[in-house]
Design a protein around this ligand. Structure first.
Ligand SMILES: [Zn+2]
Length: 98
């Protein structure tokens, strides 16, 4: 079962958000110290597109492409845990009662 809902990836290998060219993004260095620390915490980095001259910031985190099946996995896991918990409560009650 796959439980990786959020994926960390390098935007330099992904497509440009404006023109859609794959592998056209260059990483830019942060302008000041505050920005670099802030960017490190939230993993948001500055990028520049060589094709369309797009400048902007992209999150290193992205939601998995097959997030629906992962959500279903989580629901199954929660249901399984609830069944186990219910069984444990029933068992403890039957043991505890005289
Ligand atoms: Zn572009």
């Amino acid at each position: 079962m796959n439980f990786r809902l959020i994926i960390v990836r390098d935007a330099t290998v992904s497509s440009c958000p404006k023109c859609g060219t794959v592998g056209s993004l260059d990483r830019r260095k942060s302008k000041n110290r505050f920005e670099s620390i802030f960017a490190r915490i939230i993993r948001r980095k500055s990028y520049h597109c060589r094709e369309c001259k797009w400048d902007g910031k992209l999150f290193a985190y992205r939601i998995s492409r097959n997030w629906k099946s992962i959500v279903v996995n989580y629901i199954f896991l929660i249901i399984a845990l609830l069944i186990i918990l219910t069984a444990l409560i029933i068992l403890s009650k039957s043991i505890g009662s005289p």
